[in-house]
Design a protein around this ligand. Structure first.
Ligand code: A3P
Length: 334
């Protein structure tokens, strides 16, 4: 039985022809536009740029992933605060049954507590599939779900599940990515070159602005379904952000929780200082088959505005200008 995409590929006019999905994802991927520069080539599919091994999984997600009404999906672009959001959402969602004294976040890396849809984590899933997880699922993704799964993500009244989207000043996201590639992949690209590619839209999961905009627009149309957050806003008032997140997840803090300081406890447990002080986040890592990800790589400085220590003012202004133009008229700004 052909997939939806195969069906639509057969109905396009010859002049619009895009490479059709073959039964072998590797063959199909080899027909797509590729750009070198970052530590791995990036491959363009559906407008967005993907790492090769993640793209294979992405195609599988597109064919098989079905959101459930009670799913909560945490969405970020890489280096926008995924680890922090995973910790916060996990701590909030499970606070009724977990004690802060022996909390899983004290012994497990936040990345291994919330499953990425497109990157199976053996620590969470073993050999199982994300479909095998029981409801309600707390999941994460870097994927642009609304353009990747337009039918599955929408029902008559909008988005089928609840989404928390976290973004960040693109200058900080870029600098964080640049450091990450150097640390994890030993990649020594100049920051100027990384900036040029980022401004062209060529970054993992980029164009950065298009990714933000898909979720921004949905958050305006369906604020009950998509909560749009910024790293800088959480940093400025984490307790307020934690309250907002709890309310959005359908479990606002009770008066009793407020008076016993639970929101502050969540903030403290998930803070950069607490998490980086834990042995589990200083050593070890996950073998994803194609690559090894050290646990410590997800923590660097954990501040806002660090871009200014790495980029000149002109470089910052160049990126700001590109992003401002791309977001013009949307109401979203950084
Ligand atoms: P920096 O490189 O700017 O320090 P991701 O989790 O999406 O990969 O993002 C990583 C970025 O989030 C890194 O930014 C990292 O230091 C920061 N980060 C990780 N945990 C954090 C936390 N608990 N609080 C604030 N920032 C955090």
């Amino acid at each position: 039985m052909p997939s939806k995409r195969e069906k639509s590929a057969t109905t396009t006019r010859p002049e619009d022809a895009v490479p059709s999905r073959s039964t072998c994802p590797k063959d199909f991927i080899s027909t797509l536009p590729t750009r070198e520069g970052w530590s791995t080539p990036l491959i363009q599919y559906n407008k967005y740029w993907h790492r090769p091994h993640v793209l294979e999984e992405t195609l599988r997600v597109q064919d098989t992933f079905r959101p459930r009404a009670d799913d909560i999906i945490l969405v970020t672009q890489p280096k926008c605060g995924t680890t922090w959001l995973k910790a916060l959402a996990f701590a909030i969602a499970h606070r009724a049954r977990l004690s802060f004294a022996d909390h899983p976040l004290l012994t497990r890396h936040p990345q291994h507590l919330v499953q990425f849809i497109e990157m199976p984590d053996p620590h969470i899933l073993g050999h199982a599939h994300v479909d095998a997880l029981p409801s309600p699922r707390l999941l994460a993704t870097h994927l642009p779900l609304f353009s990747l799964l337009p039918h599955e993500m929408s029902s008559g009244d909008g988005c089928r599940c609840r989404i928390v989207y976290l973004c960040r000043d693109p200058k900080d996201a870029l600098v964080s990515r640049w450091h990450f590639e150097r640390k994890v992949d030993g990649h020594h690209m100049e920051l100027e070159e990384a900036l040029a590619m980022f401004c062209e839209g060529v970054s993992e999961c980029g164009p950065f602005w298009d990714h933000c905009l898909e979720y921004w627009k949905e958050s305006l149309a369906r604020p009950d379904k998509v909560l749009f957050l910024k790293y800088e806003e959480i940093m400025a008032d984490p307790v307020r952000a934690v309250r907002e997140l709890a309310a959005f997840l359908g479990a606002p803090f009770s008066e009793e929780e407020e008076s016993s300081g639970v929101p502050r406890e969540v903030v403290r447990l998930c803070s950069f200082e607490t998490l980086t002080g834990l042995p589990v986040n200083q050593a070890g890592g996950v073998d994803h088959g194609h690559f090894y990800m050290p646990n410590s790589a997800f923590f660097r400085k954990g501040v806002t505005g660090d871009w200014a220590n790495h980029m000149s003012r002109e470089m910052g202004e160049k990126l700001d200008l590109v992003v401002r133009e791309k977001l013009q008229g949307s109401g979203l700004s950084f």
